[in-house]
Ligand binder design. Structure first.
Ligand code: CP3
Length: 359
């Protein structure tokens, strides 16, 4: 169970860490999911020089530079490590590449007999450049800015490993989970261990907060009992958070179980996360009344509204601020920033957030 928000107990004066410890700040701190990326011209030009996307992730000087780009432009309260959730399968020995216009491509893992292809013991060494990037970013960050490390949740990462890339319906991964439940559980258990190692290594390198992305938790959210969502999403994340808490007791974990609707209250009560990140479908009044008394919240402007800008952007930003800004709150998007987002809309959003909660 979560303890209620522990107002004012952060030992840090960084705004993001104060809020994650349960304090309300006005204006709230903010950062944006996928804040380093293709909407930034300086990212596109560096990306063009770097070779592949994975080369960029695994070259510390370049990954450090990309991590810092949005902070320089907009002064976010947090830097999120420039990396990807699929470096974990890469570190475990699965072939992973990113193809232009196609997204990630993995050599698919189709049943439990193939688990022997994966090895946890070489992962930290293979991913050493990622941890070096964390160290370099921490050394370069302005004092009030928090360094966020991250990983994908076991189910979300497993879905890419099994499907061999992005998927709409998760038919192959769901079939494995339903038909060979024990075998699929072994894959999830391996990913729990790998995720704890990967996040611990980021903390040891200087990450001060962590986010776990369960972007495809929605794959189990429509079942008429919560059993599968609990087994494949909630329980693995709860175990990761408990193991991290034992190793690094002062590092808050933000959990993003995307598009699970009212099941979010299960994650609030049982995951042990310090905060929940809300996707853009979550109603503000419900989140404020049901979730925020239990823990700090983060979110949830629709990325599409940030592309559109104008009066809708101002109105929706102020609505979010006036509902969720009454409690411990971190302003963010409801999902990653879209590549077609105009730069001036991000500047406008930053200015709107800095106006604080409307009177
Ligand atoms: O937030 C940040 O700025 C930090 C970096 C970050 C990236 N990916 C960089 C990236 C983070 C936190 C992620 C997480 C991630 N990666 C998730 C979970 C969050 C979410 O969006 O749901 C998922 C599902 C992935 C897997 C992934 N990576 C896909 C499906 C794709 C292809 C789609 C796309 O947007 O291109 C990627 C590639 C990727 N990861 C890019 C970036 C900046 C684009 C690569 C490029 O420059 O071509």
């Amino acid at each position: 169970m979560n303890s209620p928000p522990r107002a004012g107990r952060s030992t840090s004066d960084k705004p993001l860490l104060r809020v994650l410890a349960g304090e309300r700040l006005n204006p709230p701190p903010f950062w944006l999911m996928r804040q380093a990326g293709r909407y930034l011209p300086e990212y596109r030009s560096l990306r063009a020089k770097a070779g592949t996307f994975l080369d960029l992730c695994l070259t510390p000087d370049l990954a450090t530079e990309v991590t810092l780009q949005p902070i320089r432009r907009y002064g976010m309260d947090a830097a999120i490590l420039f990396s990807d959730i699929l470096v974990v399968p890469l570190g475990l020995g699965q072939a992973v590449s990113f193809e232009e216009g196609r997204g990630p491509v993995l050599e698919p893992l189709r049943d439990a007999s193939e688990l022997s292809r994966l090895r946890l013991d070489g992962m930290r060494e293979k991913l050493a450049p990622v941890y070096r990037t964390v160290r370099q970013v921490v050394a370069a960050l302005p004092a009030p800015v928090t360094m966020i490390g991250f990983a994908g949740a076991p189910w979300t990462v497993a879905s890419y490993m099994v499907e061999g890339g992005s998927s709409r319906e998760f038919a192959i991964a769901r079939r494995w989970a339903n038909e060979d439940t024990d075998g699929f559980q072994r894959l999830i258990d391996l990913l729990v261990e790998a995720t704890v190692e990967h996040l611990s290594a980021q903390v040891e390198a200087g990450a001060e907060a962590l986010q776990i992305f369960d972007s495809w938790a929605n794959a189990w959210a429509a079942e008429k009992t919560s059993a599968a969502l609990r087994r494949w999403c909630l329980e693995p994340c709860r175990r990761i958070i408990a193991k991290l808490e034992a190793r690094h007791p002062h590092i808050p974990v933000i959990l993003f179980p995307r598009a699970v609707g009212p099941h979010l209250s299960l994650f609030a009560k049982e995951s042990g996360a310090a905060a929940l990140s809300l996707d853009d479908s979550v109603p503000l009044a419900w989140a404020r009344a049901t979730l925020q008394p239990m823990l700090p919240l983060q979110g949830n402007l629709p990325p599409r509204i940030l592309v559109e800008g104008g009066p809708a952007l101002a109105m929706q930003t102020r609505l979010i601020l006036s509902e969720l800004g009454q409690g411990p709150f971190v302003f963010n998007l409801g999902h990653g920033i879209l590549p077609e987002t105009p730069l001036e809309h991000v500047a406008e959003l930053a200015a709107l957030i800095r106006e604080g909660v409307p009177a």
